[in-house]
Design a protein around this ligand. Structure first.
Ligand code: PLP
Length: 457
């Protein structure tokens, strides 16, 4: 297929209001890169240039690009029942997917509320948690939700209230945010104020979370929300013991634990859900992205039986919440087929094996002057690059440094992201990536760091 790249880019500059992108860099480049096709781990732009997809297209496409079996399911479902009133009627795919999610998620998670995407799943979980306490207590005194510095849980107002950090204009121009979010530190060992530089983590960061609970008053806290691998907080994967102790804190103070597995769910970390690494059971789990491998928008908030029981038979037990496209039958049918695929091809096992290969490969780049640390779990990996290896000094402008490094990677044929504060290169490729492609990715990062250091260090 031929594409008039210049024309498309100009149309994009004139009419496409893209997410999170300041208009200037794209204007300088003549418009955003235009992607026209994909296959496996690869994406192709409108000039025919091929890129390794180092981030599964926003961490969603875990099963690899263009799997005919997922497209076929969508086509068949559209010919059978394309849509229905999802508030008053249920479709077979929605029912079967809910039962399947109940079966594969940890512990007694068993009540599924569908959403069109991740932010709405977070909104749902927060509303469930607040209503749960209100029904139990008869008032709304437990309304606060504790999150972590640097966290990202979405872009809608409720989700923004539990986003850990706001960049530039976001903080002021959208104020006031809903007033229930409270910050606590992330388990960021490399820069931890308690134990950076020491071999192991002291878990003092859990005490920090407890201090926030006590300072706020436990009787005012509805929930703690965490992405288990703290992806947006520079991939600050917690040490063993951290999540278990957060679970204990929640139990001690009667707080619900919302585990946001929107990035980590469905195999990415080497297990079906990251919660399984620590044997914890969330009270509510949020999922999206890998649920459909990016083939179609869908998300869900999944509550435990114990949480759902409080709503049952209560005069105010109606969840006053729902969206037209929550539980779309086509999306549910694709998600069901996707879960079949994840299990059939053992994508969690693939993530564990290839994650170890990628981690080893990236660690072999430690001779680079800008190499800081590689950390992650399965195929969810961050490479922190620094101005000075010995002192761990940040680049002068971390966001600009991140933009530069990921642009170099892109020019060399690798699509990546950089994470807050900017100097963490994020790699989360499809779990179906071939071992040779993992090596190719490492080779590109190696060359990219050399170019970055020659020009900017
Ligand atoms: C952990 C986490 N939660 C929530 C969201 C929001 O999901 P969505 O972009 O589908 O609204 C994201 C998106 O990146 C995420 O990474």
């Amino acid at each position: 297929m031929n594409h008039d790249t210049a024309h498309l880019k100009q149309l994009a500059l004139d009419h496409l209001w893209m997410a999170y992108q300041p208009p200037v860099p794209y204007a300088a480049e003549g418009g955003p890169p235009v992607i026209v096709a994909a296959e496996g781990t690869w994406m192709v732009d409108s000039d025919g240039k091929r890129y390794l997809d180092g981030v599964s297209a926003l961490e969603a496409c875990i099963a690899g690009h263009i799997r005919p079996e997922l497209a076929d399911v969508a086509y068949r479902q559209m010919q059978q029942l394309e849509f229905l009133d999802v508030f008053r009627y249920a479709s077979p795919p929605a029912i079967e997917l809910a039962a399947r999610l109940a079966a594969i998620t940890p512990g007694s998670l068993s009540r599924v509320h569908y959403t069109p995407g991740g932010s709405e799943a977070v909104e749902t979980a927060i509303k469930m948690a607040k209503q749960y306490h209100a029904l139990k207590l008869g008032d709304t005194s437990r309304y606060k939700v504790i999150t972590r510095e640097g966290a990202y849980h979405g872009c809608t107002f409720g989700a923004m209230a539990v986003d850990g950090e706001y960049f530039g204009t976001r903080i002021h121009l959208y104020d006031p945010l809903p007033p229930f979010g409270r910050l606590s530190p992330a388990p960021y060992h490399y820069r931890c104020r308690h134990c950076a530089g020491e071999q192991g983590c002291s878990l003092a960061c859990v005490d920090d979370v407890e201090q926030v609970i006590l300072a706020e008053g436990p009787e005012t806290v509805a929930a703690i929300i965490m992405d288990p691998c703290a992806t947006a907080s520079a991939v600050a994967v917690p040490p063993d013991g951290y999540m278990q102790r957060i679970r204990q804190l929640c139990d001690r103070y009667g707080i619900l634990f919302i585990v946001d597995e929107i990035i980590t769910g469905f195999g990415r970390t080497g297990k079906m859900f990251a919660s399984e690494h620590w044997g914890i059971q969330p009270d509510i789990m949020t999922v999206s992205k890998g649920l459909s491998s990016g083939y179609i928008p869908i998300g869900a908030a999944i509550a435990s039986e114990e949480v759902a029981d409080v709503f049952k038979g209560h005069p105010h037990g109606t969840l006053s919440h729902g969206q037209t496209y929550g539980g779309h039958p086509v999306a549910c049918a694709v998600a069901l087929a996707n879960i079949d695929l994840i299990e059939r091809e053992d994508l969690p096992g693939q993530a564990a094996a290839k994650g170890a290969q990628l981690m080893n490969g990236l660690n072999s780049l430690s001779h680079h002057a800008s190499f800081g640390e590689v950390r992650g779990m399965g195929l969810l990996i961050g490479l922190e690059f620094v101005h000075d290896q010995a002192t761990r000094k940040l680049p002068e402008d971390p966001r600009l440094a991140g933009y530069r490094l990921r642009t170099i990677c892109r020019d060399l044929g690798l699509i990546t992201l950089t994470l807050h504060p900017g100097n963490v290169l994020f790699l989360a490729p499809p779990l179906t990536i071939e071992p040779e492609e993992v090596d190719e990715m490492v080779d590109i990062v190696d060359r990219a760091l050399s170019i970055y250091e020659e020009n900017y260090l």
